[in-house]
Design a protein. Sequence first.
Length: 287
Amino acid sequence: MLALVPLFGVEVNGSKRWMDLPLLPRFQPIELVKPLFVIFAAKVIVMNEKINIYKRYLYSFFILLIIIILLVNQPDLGQTLLLSSVWVTMIFVSGFNMFILLLLAVTFFILIALLIFFFPGKFGYIFLRLKTFVNPKAGDNFQSQKALDAIKQGGITGQGMGEGILKDKVPEAHTDYIIAVISEEFGAIFILFILILFLIIGYKVINKIFFEKDEFLKLSLSGLVALLIIQTFIHIGVNIRLLPTTGMTLPFLSYGGSSLIGSSIVAGIILNFTRKDFTRSYINTNE
């Protein structure tokens, strides 16, 4: 489905990331790809131990590379960075050499810089966003500035349900800036509550990982929880202008069926993998 997006996808605001399906209009295939990529990459990394571990890392990287090429073509840098971060988290948990990991990170950023330099028509917007992030007066920062103003206006307790004005002023407030909308209406206390909920989920899963002996389950859970937590912090970081604009949704809360389906699949797999009876039956089957 991700490969079909360039051919049959729907273009919105200069990006072709969605497909119009009979039952799911404006469906974004990458939301299905993310949890399935984590499971598949984990399986590749822990497959036949006779194969050299670095070859297994290389095979999982090739899978990531195929997805990144399709994402960059859309273009969708936010999801590219998210999936790359999740893959790095997984191979870090598996015991990868930190020096090589650093070299891969440097190579990735060099490739992004080369894409911007050689294809300014398609990827020039990335440079403009970075430039505007560093110097807000250098470009159009209307959305991010309005989001920050809304958070300030909401204060500690907020303006009240339905009293916020950000959702009427910013075009993508219901998706990319939902945390700012919530902050304006319900206040910083409610945002802190949401953040604590995600951190509790992360803590609970990580606590399970520490006691997990099966490498496949350990890597899968690491990747899935990283998917949720990294995406959450990227969204919040964009809203409070700690990060450049990426167009990243907030799991479970941002408007959009694709995002909700993807987040629900991630949560469902995490619940399934952390069940005692599943873990026991999985280990017995492998033995």
